[in-house]
Design a protein around this ligand. Sequence first.
Ligand code: MLT
Length: 261
Amino acid sequence: MERANSQGLPIRFVDRGEGPALVLLHGFVGSADYWEEIVPLLEKHFRCIVPDLLGHGQSEAPQGAYTIEQLADGVLSILDTLNVEKVILLGHSMGGYTALSFAERYPKRLRAFGLIHSMPLPDDEGGKQKRTAVAERVRKEGVKPFVDEASPNWFAPNAETTMPAALERVREIGYATSREGAAGAAFAMRERPDRGHVIRNSNLPVLLIAGSEDGIAPPEKAFAAENAQTSKYVIEGSGHMSLFEAPQQLARHIASFAEGL
Ligand code: MLT
């Protein structure tokens, strides 16, 4: 893994493949490993830059509440380190919240952006309370009990029987998140604002991908905002984790979007 510095904090990332630059951001308690099935399908045609966001994977996980803006600034520091001027930026779930913050502030660094199982909407009051509860829980217990309990809900129903290996792999990746990193990121998600305007007011191409069985970012939330250049796809039968549930389909949608730019 390579390393950039964001406000003095090391941010690790994978840089593989050749072609137009594609930056792939993972979700909550994920890491660059969330893209391990996707990168091999894309790296022949694209340069895949895949960070461990602040608080995750091998990047730094300082104490305290993070902001989505901080996560996005980590991505900017990677582009600056690599001297890459413009990229296609795609984020899974929390990575999508991060992509929107980046697109809001650094649109000149983008050729296009997209959300995968994500949404521009903020947490409602109930959602904010759950974030606080998750942050307090992981600080007290570590991430494992939370990941064990929550992870089946990230997949389409019956993942324990239909895709036990994928569920286990996602859990393993989750376990590697430190309690401070998970708590800091939960607070970041709690405080994120509505960013529908970032999509609606952008003149960049936007990719929105939803899973028909996603209980976290269902299609009506994933498609809550669009502009004239939005490409929308629903992956039938997939939950929140098409990166593992339907990697071929997800990679095909990404490749055809990026090739069409
Ligand atoms: C994620 O996968 O990043 C989270 O499910 C996002 C969220 O809880 O809003």
